[in-house]
Ligand binder design. Structure first.
Ligand code: BTN
Length: 252
């Protein structure tokens, strides 16, 4: 089924392996082509993890973008998407919403949404990305391995989420923030920092070059990398990796 949701054209499937893979198969598709599904049988997340994609329980969405950015700023696409999703789920009643660097959308330190940005081969050198967004909507519980770390919109609001309304709100915020990203990347960085308690002053641990490094976050770079001030006073730049909070600054 094709759904028009300007500027997006959505190809919707009842069931699919992964919306990311289906979009990669739509060779030559224009920017803003979007694939959604009620269920994914091979949904995947970052670091080759599976993404729980049971029927009707989540928003499973991938969109093809061709960012008008120098390639070194492409990492900002994932921060921009987190801003869009954080605002959208807030609009759907989730609170208080946080963003864990770079792009996990959390409520009460539990993950409500995950974002996966993958490269797609461009036509005539045009750089394209496939932005994948998963939002937990109607799960009433999670498998044991996720039970302590995941949540859903239904669990945080106490009422069933409307998948079409959530999709439309995510896409409308995405269209807005993607347009801002193309003309004023600083505004995206600023909004990300406003929404993320991890942006500054968070005591975190991260694995860098195979070693666990602890430090206090000190903003993001122009390209969206996380700056981490170590106990020795050195500032490390984290380009990729899993950040975990040790405790909030100022906690007893
Ligand atoms: C993460 O690990 O946090 C990223 C999760 C991304 C999941 C979404 S669901 C839609 C799209 N299709 C996939 O197979 N993965 C992404």
């Amino acid at each position: 089924m094709i759904i028009r949701c300007p500027p997006f054209t959505i190809h919707h499937y009842p069931t699919i392996g992964s919306t990311q893979d289906e979009l990669k198969r739509l060779v030559g598709a224009p920017e803003f082509t979007c694939v959604t599904a009620d269920e994914q049988t091979a949904g995947r997340g970052r670091r080759a993890r599976a993404w729980l994609s049971t029927p009707g329980d989540g928003l499973y969405l991938s969109v093809l973008l061709r960012p008008a950015l120098p390639p070194e700023l492409f990492p900002l696409v994932s921060l921009m998407a987190a801003v869009a999703v954080a605002e959208a789920v807030t609009g759907q009643g989730a609170a208080p919403v946080d963003i864990k660097w770079p792009n996990d959308v959390l409520v009460g330190e539990r993950k409500l949404s995950g974002i996966l940005v993958e490269g797609a081969s461009g036509v005539a050198g045009a750089a394209r990305v496939i932005l994948g967004i998963g939002v937990n909507l109607n799960h009433r519980g999670f498998p044991a391995e996720l039970a302590a770390t995941a949540t859903s919109l239904a669990l945080v609001t106490g009422r069933a989420a409307d998948p079409a309304a959530c999709r439309d709100e995510v896409l409308s915020r995405l269209a807005r923030w993607y347009e801002v990203l193309g003309r004023d990347a600083g505004a995206v960085r600023a909004r990300w920092a406003e929404l993320s308690s991890y942006a500054r002053g968070a005591e975190v641990a991260v694995t860098l070059d195979g070693r666990r490094v602890v430090g206090v976050t000190d903003g993001i770079t122009e390209a969206g990398a996380l700056r981490l001030r170590t106990p020795g006073g050195e500032v490390r730049t984290v380009l990729a990796g899993e950040v975990s909070r040790l405790r909030k600054s100022g906690d007893a």
